[in-house]
Design a protein around this ligand. Structure first.
Ligand SMILES: [Mn+2]
Length: 359
């Protein structure tokens, strides 16, 4: 049964006495991350209850979470209340994260935000499908290439507590796997055998149709109805620190050049975002379809004139195939000829660039 406590589902994570084990999802807090953290917390409570109570933690505010429409929609379809996990601005979350007795599990990422101050010796387990940064050599690590972390979590539940996979839990996991693998498609190089096997088991349990589930989640994810520039930037946002540099990376589901042309002073909004998050560089990656063809664009915003063109120049040299489209204020926009370069590839390249002593 799907509940962090293994009891009924309407219980808040804090109705259990501590000490806690915070099952932390990534800063992007996308569907894969949130679902994987929730199910992992259930699994841990079920299999190793004992002294620690596991609580899924989504490290953004409730308000920011409401912009992840696909997350809200899938939890509602599965009839699981979103207070099954904690958000950063919920009462008690900060206290739990700061408590010296709290242990940690990292899900769908393996390098936590510096702002969260996670002590390395208190990370017990990592479940992730990104490259291992090697920050936590002493933690138990389930880090494997797969289209989604949810597929790895599915494997884990099947081997440790298959009874937990009821139709609601299976619907959550299936939705995450299917959205991240573009409906189990071979085309984008994301879907692995692990994802296919997990999806097949999960869909069997829920009886859901993969294509219908995918279309529903995709429509929610890409709907921009009534969103401000800042909300669109925040909706799928990650940041990382490399030495003295702080890099923010947003993903948006429409043409950046088009957005720039339609929106007055959008470059100013980008600069405001950069300052608010104290970034050296803000990149916005855009992925969209036009006439059934897939396109990517990328922008760089920075008030350091030495970086404005050095960053795209570097990505271009590393194979992104960038062509300059326009510059507005401190923002330069490019079309990205190499559409296989997703954030997963661009992020390590940026990290590499800012690693070098000249910056
Ligand atoms: Mn993921």
């Amino acid at each position: 049964m799907i509940s962090p406590s293994g009891k009924n589902s309407s219980e808040s994570p804090f109705s259990q006495a501590g000490p806690y084990r915070a099952v932390l999802c990534s800063r992007a807090s996308d569907l894969d991350s949130v679902v994987s953290a929730v199910i992992t917390a259930c699994l841990l409570n079920h299999t190793e209850g004992g002294a620690l109570h596991s609580a899924a933690v989504v490290p953004i505010s409730r308000c920011e979470l409401s912009l992840r429409r696909e997350v809200i929609r899938l939890f509602s379809e599965a009839e699981i209340p979103t207070d099954i996990f904690c958000c950063l601005d919920d009462p008690s979350t900060e206290q739990m994260l700061a408590d010296p007795l709290t242990r940690f599990v990292l899900v769908d990422h393996n390098r936590p935000d510096r702002d969260l101050h996670i002590p390395p010796d208190r990370v017990d387990l990592i479940i992730d499908h990104h490259r291992d940064e090697g920050d936590f050599p002493r933690a138990e690590r389930i880090i494997q290439p797969a289209g989604s972390t949810a597929s790895l979590v599915t494997d884990l539940v099947r081997s440790r507590a298959p009874g937990l996979l009821d139709s609601r839990a299976a619907l959550l996991l299936a939705g995450a796997v299917i959205l991240d693998t573009v409906c189990l498609s071979d085309e984008f190089g994301r879907c692995t055998e692990t994802d296919r096997q997990a999806a097949s088991v999960l869909l069997d349990i829920t009886g859901a149709d993969a294509k219908e589930l995918y279309e529903m989640l995709r429509a929610e994810k890409f709907s921009c109805r009534g969103m401000s520039a800042e909300q669109l930037l925040l909706r799928d946002y990650k940041e990382f620190q490399q030495g003295a540099f702080r890099i923010g990376m947003c993903s948006v589901p429409m043409s950046l050049a088009g957005w720039m042309q339609e929106t007055e002073l959008l470059d100013i909004r980008f600069m405001e975002f950069l300052r608010q998050h104290q970034l050296t560089v803000l990149t916005v990656m855009s992925a969209f379809y036009q006439d059934q063809q897939f396109f990517r664009q990328l922008s760089v915003t920075t008030d350091r004139s030495d970086l404005l063109y050095a960053v795209p120049e570097y990505l271009h040299r590393k194979g992104a195939d960038l062509n300059h489209l326009l510059t507005a204020g401190n923002t330069a926009v490019y079309s990205q000829g190499n559409t296989t370069y997703s954030r997963k590839i661009i992020q390590p390249l940026l990290s590499e660039l800012f690693c070098s002593p000249e910056g």
